[in-house]
Design a protein around this ligand. Sequence first.
Ligand code: GRF
Length: 190
Amino acid sequence: MTSQPVRVAVLVSGGGTNLQALLDTLQHSAIARVARVISSRSQAGALERARRASVPTVILRDPGDAGELQAAVGDAQLIVLAGYLKLVPRAVVARFRGRMINIHPALLPDFGGPGMYGHRVHEAVLASGARESGVTVHFVDEEFDRGEIIAQERVPVEPGDTPDTLAARVLEAEHRLLPRVVLDLARRLA
Ligand code: GRF
């Protein structure tokens, strides 16, 4: 019997360019596929991307409700937080330990934690005078941005960078790294 692609649930809150990178990479993959997209916001642009790809979507009424999230995740085997801004309830973290990952637009453990998202991250990197930034993909645990690091990709901070220019360079790296890590994990789960 040939095995089915690993079912991936993607949790989103925003525009969903990382979701798009996953949809594009996994579209014809025998290893993994995006089985559902779950959003903490009804207006998230990511929802439109999911609909265009004919992937079922769920909008959470209360992202803090473990039962609701668990039901939304359904029979997914791997959970990817891609621009998801809410803390995942402990019961769901426990259930998916080692099978739930997050992408963060900086080199953790620096520039992470509560409130460190979006442009704040890139502003903090620039303010620190760091010469490089990057992307981190890590397992999700009970705290924001603290779980075990799986992979990182570094990008330079260029003279004259603004939060926008740095964010764009980091985002390109995100779109390379996240699909790679998802495929690697899915191969191990299959
Ligand atoms: C990305 O920078 C991601 O690392 C962070 O939020 C941003 C989401 O971007 N967690 P998008 O919604 O995937 O375009």
